[in-house]
Design a protein. Structure first.
Length: 198
């Protein structure tokens, strides 16, 4: 097991004025639901799925607030492991159990035209408020003070996640939304994000 740091798999949000600037545009919503078949985006309970189906019947539908926590990562600066999509626990939050206060959380993502090997790190923060995360009704990792937050705006400069994290076999994320990192991996990745965020 690693040292309480975590890398988070964030769905690429195709915002109106650039990635993660607003909730997905209708075109971006279509990419995530129909082309990429992202698990939550495509779920029957997902607001984006409902908006896509409604838009097919009534035209463009506008969403003012984020319909998912991927769209709000740089507004609320928090993330969770997701929810169970099948079985008796459907709709209940999953938990990220092996984290600690003061450890680092990294947002990773990739566009639909990027290979998994090209997954980038677009932001990071120090984890805080673990009593809230331990609440069985909440799987969210919450950030500490704003000064701990780093966002990479020039995404062509963003570090590639797989250059800092190794596993057996080729780069493959799969369906889970997080990976644990050692302190050594997290420090190196934090330094790379900090350099790219300048």
């Amino acid at each position: 097991m690693a040292d309480g740091n975590v890398a988070l798999k964030v769905t690429w949000v195709y915002g109106k004025t650039g990635p993660f600037t607003t909730p997905c545009t209708p075109e971006g919503r279509w990419i995530n639901i129909e082309k990429e078949k992202k698990v939550w985006c495509s779920d029957k309970d997902s607001l984006c799925q409902k908006i896509l189906r409604l838009a097919e019947n009534v035209g463009t539908v506008r969403v003012k607030d984020g319909p998912c926590y991927d769209a709000d990562i740089f507004h609320k600066w928090r993330f969770a492991a997701g929810i169970y999509h099948t079985g008796p626990r459907r709709g209940q939050p999953m938990r990220i159990l092996h984290v600690r206060e003061g450890a680092l959380a990294f947002f990773t993502s990739k566009r639909q035209d990027m290979d998994e090997r090209e997954r980038i790190v677009i932001g990071c923060y120090k984890i805080w408020n673990l009593p809230d995360c331990a609440d069985p009704d909440s799987g969210f990792l919450i950030p500490s003070v704003p000064s701990s937050r780093l966002r990479v705006r020039a995404l062509d400069r963003a570090p590639r996640f797989w250059n800092f994290y190794t596993q057996s076999g080729p780069p493959r994320w799969g369906s889970g939304l997080f990976r644990y990192l050692s302190d050594q991996q997290a420090r190196a990745l934090h330094d790379a994000v900090k350099a790219a965020a300048k």
